[in-house]
Design a protein around this ligand. Structure first.
Ligand code: NAP
Length: 255
């Protein structure tokens, strides 16, 4: 498993990670903790956040679980307030929470569309608004949105999911301009990473071989592949980088 975590690079920083209960967000939370940050983990599943807290604490990290629902704006306000009040500052926000629907274009329902956009776009926007406003008035910081290669090219992902990630990438660019130079705002765009989100899909029919054949590096991604890029973008090593969508796609889009 690849891992890029320069120890100490985020010492003294508070990093908030949504979608921290499993998969890519969980790996990001642990990587930010290994880089020295105190980490706030958000998701709906409190028990999974507690498990993550135990693992972070075993590694010597400071961790706060803040359970809540990102599709509910009142819950977002509560989660943002609890995160900020923990240490009186937040320096890094990673919007990793996301959901997907698999329906083909002619089968997509309004409620599926709304769920995907409420979580992937509206949730990320209002969490950024709630914490970004305080970061702007404080010490500034860095926001990293977990978008997708599906925002840039057509993959096997559904229309609502792909459109939601394209919206998140453009939101990244807009906020990077509105909030420069105080807050840097970037996105990472994974291709296929094996997590609960897509394991069933990857293991169905020929999907896995379809993905691997289109991936020059010859494998699906792992959560740690994404976490390393997020630590980099959150760190001072990326001090002159803002408004970018860094694709973590094993070469998929270079073809
Ligand atoms: N896996 C891939 O191939 C891939 C590729 C490109 C981009 N991505 C993106 O990477 C991010 C993480 O995906 P993953 O693969 O790690 O998926 P995952 O294993 O399904 O994890 C999704 C995370 O989002 C949280 N979440 C979902 N809806 C939420 C809500 N309404 N409120 C609060 N938290 C919510 C989940 O926590 P709870 O269920 O506990 O609330 C969970 O922690 C997503 O944004 C996804 O779109 C994934």
């Amino acid at each position: 498993m690849s891992q890029y975590v320069p120890a100490g690079v985020l010492d003294g920083k508070v990093a908030v990670v949504s979608g921290a209960s499993r998969g890519i967000g969980r790996a990001i939370a642990l990587a930010l903790a290994a880089a020295g940050a105190s980490v706030v983990g958000m998701a709906r599943t409190a028990s999974a956040l507690d498990d993550l807290g135990d693992e972070a604490a075993a590694g010597g990290a400071d961790f706060l679980a803040v359970p809540g629902d990102l599709s509910d704006v009142d819950s977002i306000a509560d989660m943002a307030a609890a995160s900020w009040d923990w240490k009186g500052h937040v320096d890094v926000l990673v919007n990793a929470a996301g959901t997907i629907v698999r329906s083909e274009v002619l089968e997509v329902t309004p409620s599926e569309w709304d769920l995907v956009f409420a979580t992937n776009v509206r949730g990320s926007f209002f969490l950024s608004q709630a914490l970004g406003g305080k970061m702007l008035a404080g010490n500034g910081g860095s926001i990293v949105n977990v978008a997708s290669v599906a925002a840039e090219v057509t993959t096997g992902a559904s229309a609502p999911y792909s459109a939601s990630k394209a919206a998140l990438v453009h939101l990244t660019r807009v906020l990077s301009i509105r909030w420069a130079p105080t807050i840097r705002v970037n996105a990472v765009g994974p291709a296929y990473v094996r997590t609960e989100l897509n394991t069933e899909w990857l293991d169905a029919g020929e999907n896995l071989s379809w993905v691997v054949e289109r991936t020059p590096l010859g494998r699906v991604g792992e959560p740690a592949d994404v976490a390393g890029a997020v630590v980099f973008l959150a760190s001072p090593a990326a001090a002159y980088i803002t408004g970018q969508h860094l694709l973590i796609d094993g070469g998929w889009t270079a073809q």
